[in-house]
Design a protein around this ligand. Structure first.
Ligand code: 6MZ
Length: 348
């Protein structure tokens, strides 16, 4: 496959498997597959429940509530520090095995009977640090605020997150707003405080149609946005919000299989990543919840190549652009680019 005008046919699946990939939007508990859940001691009955629930995702009509019910199974399996540690490590290893060179893992700190929110974060940080001994992937952590939390709980969560960020500034890089998009709202004050404290911000945006909230989020200008399904006017977004977006050009984390499986986009070809590619707007290709939606990062890259006629060289250019959107340090970004360039010279 040497030369830019190469006409040699490639096996897209294999190519995407080997390609050095970047993942910017992966929820820890949503990334757990059935094998990991079994290893964590999930009983056959709860695995069956998980399978039954994931089957819901194959129905043509399903509600977002049904999709969000799935996370409860994983949450039950990660209630102890020991299981949470194993879960985080296995997710990192999965991404490493499929040649992901950089991962921003995100998770919502929970307090459980035997684990405080602080211990939750400490456990995930430990898993990330320990993975350095066995994996070559670079991993950073984004902590999430669940939008269904009441204001007081969200403020308390942020205080814990900021305290832990002071302790592990080389790992904890960002704050995310996630959770069922039909519940709760975006509290700008909370995110302004986080930004002042040096955290980068990524916010789930326009996963359901809610023009008023989308406007508030865009005017806050987060570092990145998740999903943005109902943002482009072609996808029922308001013209006003699209114009604000065009001024800011905030990178969008695109999760194709997730959006299709949740029933908010009909098929891959209809995904708004098509408009982003066409208008040269910044984006990244991500999995969201590879366990729940039964996907891999290689598969997401493959679907983009197949459905949007993306050549290997174009994919390489997209991923180099994605490096700029990472919450890593400038030195780390330079190293990621070197890894990509090295791959380009050897293979493309
Ligand atoms: C919004 C989502 C999500 O944090 O327990 N989450 N929030 N939209 C989505 N699209 C489908 N997918 C996952 O991982 C699971 C949690 O991530 C959020 C939800 O709050 C879910 O409970 P953690 O590791």
């Amino acid at each position: 496959m040497n030369g830019t005008n190469s006409v040699v046919k490639i096996n897209t699946k294999e190519f995407c498997q080997k390609f050095p990939k970047i993942e910017l939007h992966a929820h820890l508990n949503g990334s757990l597959n059935e094998d990991i859940l079994r290893q964590l001691g999930c009983s056959d009955t709860s695995i069956e429940k998980y399978q039954k629930l994931t089957n819901i995702l194959n129905k043509t009509t399903r509600t977002l509530e049904e999709c969000f019910d799935l996370f409860k199974v994983a949450h039950n399996a990660t209630k102890t520090q020991e299981n949470l540690y194993l879960a985080a490590q296995s997710v990192i290893r999965d991404f490493d095995k499929e040649n992901t060179i950089y991962l921003e893992l995100r998770t919502t700190p929970r307090s459980e009977e035997d684990m405080s929110k602080e211990e939750y974060i400490e456990t995930v940080v430990r898993a990330i640090k320990d993975c350095k001994n066995v994996c070559s992937i670079l991993v950073k952590l984004i902590l999430s605020i669940d939008r269904s939390q009441d204001a007081q709980t969200a403020r308390e969560s942020l205080d814990v997150i900021l305290k832990m960020k002071e302790k592990h500034p080389e790992i904890i890089k960002g704050l995310d707003l996630s959770g069922n998009p039909s519940v709760g709202n975006f509290d700008v004050n909370l995110f302004e405080k986080a930004r002042r404290s040096g955290l980068k911000i990524s916010i789930h945006c326009a996963e359901v149609k809610n023009d008023e909230e989308v406007k508030k989020i865009l005017e806050f200008v987060p570092d990145r946005l998740g999903h943005c399904v109902f943002l482009h006017p072609k996808h029922n977004g308001s013209a006003e919000n699209w114009n604000i977006y065009l001024e800011k050009k905030i990178p969008i984390e695109c999760c194709l299989t997730s959006n299709i499986t949740c029933g908010i986009i009909e098929k891959y070809e209809a995904h708004h990543i098509g408009e982003l590619i066409e208008s040269k707007l910044p984006f990244s290709i991500c999995t969201d919840d590879k366990g729940v939606f039964r996907t891999t990062l290689s598969n997401e890259y493959e679907q983009v190549m197949k459905h949007f006629d993306v050549s290997p060289k174009r994919l390489y250019q997209f991923v180099c652009e994605t490096v700029k959107q990472c919450f890593a340090s400038d030195d780390e970004k330079r190293l990621l680019l070197v890894q990509l360039q090295d791959y380009y010279q050897r293979v493309l």
